[in-house]
Ligand binder design. Sequence first.
Ligand SMILES: O=C(O)[C@H](O)[C@@H](O)[C@H](O)[C@H](O)COP(=O)(O)O
Length: 254
Amino acid sequence: MTHTTLVVHADPDLLAQAVAARLVVKVIDAQAERGQASIVLTGGRIAAAVYRAVRDLPARDAVDWSRVDVWWGDERFLPAGHPDRNETQARAALLDHLPLSPARVHPMPPSDGPDGADPEAAAARYAETLATAARPAALPHFDVLMLGVGEDGHVASIFPEHPVGYETRAVSAVRGSPKPPPVRTTLTRSTINSAEEVWLIAAGADKSAAVRMALAGAGPVQLPAAGVHGVGATRWLLDRAAAAEVAPTFRSLR
Ligand SMILES: O=C(O)[C@H](O)[C@@H](O)[C@H](O)[C@H](O)COP(=O)(O)O
């Protein structure tokens, strides 16, 4: 039974700093237990703020970054190095500043990769990368999978009422994304829900309605943020504005 927690921080800066500290501790703990750690990154503004906060956190040096696997929960399907790719943003904000093992960094394929501009082939290739790394398991062990939350309640590139909400393969192409760019690749709900911990990170008043509805138990296709949870823990990490509409009973989850 997954354990759900909710923590509210005063503002987006403190939220990003607290999530960064939490991430570093989680990676240290995973390495102490398993000798390695695996994290799943996402895109968006709050994620970028978290990455910068990890970069600037002195305790990041307590991690053996050469034994951390880095995966992505979703990607904008654009050429390698494009400034709007989640990979490009994560590398600039954090990854380029860490002594990672290049072979343990697993970006989703770009639109100018070996599959050309075929997002279905790119999604299938990423599914194969996951399966190869996981063997003999079906999926790698993800210690932490981070998600931003859209105003409409999307997470990763799983948008409300979009066919990707029904997808059962591990990784899916997404066409017609309401958030630009229109073509993306994403882990699907069942893959996300295989993670040990899923963290939903949101800042700002424009997220408050989606957060309220997700915690009130909306349907997963209608509101994707309502359908994701970690095997061990699901953590809602919010700033005060994003938490403004959360019912008092949920606040006691803290
Ligand atoms: O590629 C993306 O755009 C995302 O992965 C997306 O799911 C993002 O995390 C949310 O839209 C929240 O983004 P913000 O933090 O910028 O609101």
